[in-house]
Design a protein around this ligand. Structure first.
Ligand SMILES: [Zn+2]
Ligand SMILES: [Zn+2]
Length: 188
C-alpha cells in the first residue's frame, strides 16, 4: 500500500511536471506571436503603406526599383527591407515577381493608413490646414497615434469615408458601435 501510494504520488508529480512544461511552451509561443504582431518600426510602416497604395489602390505591380524611387534609397537597401518584412510574415517577396502583402501585412498597412487619413481629416477640417502639408504631417505622426485617438476623430466627423485627398478611410469594427451617446462634441 505504502509503495503504491508512493508510486501514485510520483506519477502525479511527473504528470504535473509535464502539464507545467506544456503550459510553459504555450505561453512561450503565445508571447512570440503577440510580439511579432505588434512590433513594426516607423520605417517598416512606411514601406507597408507605400506597397499597399501601389498594390491595392493604384493596382500596379510592386517592384524593388519602383519602391526605391518612391522612398529615394538604393535598390539594395530596399531589397534588404523587403526581405526583413518577409521574415516578419508581412509580405511575400520574390526577386523577379516583386512584392505582395500577406494578410497580416495588408491589415497592418490599412491600420496605418486609417490613422494617417483620419489625422489628415482633422488637420484640414478643424485647422483648415493645407492638404499637402496635412499629408506630410500625418505621415510623421500616424505611427504614434493610438486607435482610441483616431476613432475619436472618426466619430467627431461622423465616420467619414474619404480623406481630404479623396482616399478611402477604412472603417473600423467597434468605431461605429461605440458611437451611441458618445458624440460629446461634433465638428462638421
Ligand atoms: Zn468611425
Ligand atoms: Zn489623404
Amino acid at each position: 500500500m505504502a509503495i503504491s501510494s508512493g508510486l501514485l504520488s510520483c506519477a502525479l508529480q511527473e504528470l504535473s511536471k509535464s502539464f507545467f512544461r506544456v503550459d510553459l511552451s504555450f505561453s512561450f509561443f503565445g508571447d512570440v506571436a503577440l510580439k511579432a504582431e505588434t512590433r513594426i518600426t516607423v520605417n517598416e510602416g512606411k514601406y507597408l503603406k507605400l506597397i499597399y497604395r501601389k498594390q491595392h489602390e493604384e493596382l500596379s505591380r510592386v517592384r524593388t526599383t519602383v519602391v526605391a524611387k518612391s522612398v529615394r534609397v538604393r535598390p539594395a537597401t530596399v531589397t534588404e527591407m523587403l526581405q526583413n518584412l518577409a521574415e516578419k510574415g508581412l509580405l511575400r517577396y520574390t526577386r523577379y515577381r516583386g512584392v505582395r502583402l500577406t494578410e497580416k501585412g495588408f491589415a497592418e498597412a490599412r491600420k496605418l493608413l486609417r490613422k494617417h487619413r483620419l489625422l489628415e481629416t482633422l488637420f484640414v477640417r478643424f485647422l483648415d490646414y493645407d492638404v499637402q502639408k496635412a499629408c506630410d504631417e500625418a505621415s510623421k505622426l500616424d505611427h504614434y497615434a493610438s486607435e482610441d485617438l483616431v476613432n475619436t476623430i472618426c466619430r467627431a466627423y461622423g465616420h467619414p469615408e474619404a480623406c481630404p485627398c479623396n482616399k478611402t478611410i477604412f472603417s473600423h469594427e467597434g468605431c461605429k458601435e461605440n458611437s451611441q451617446g458618445e458624440a460629446r462634441w461634433k465638428v462638421i
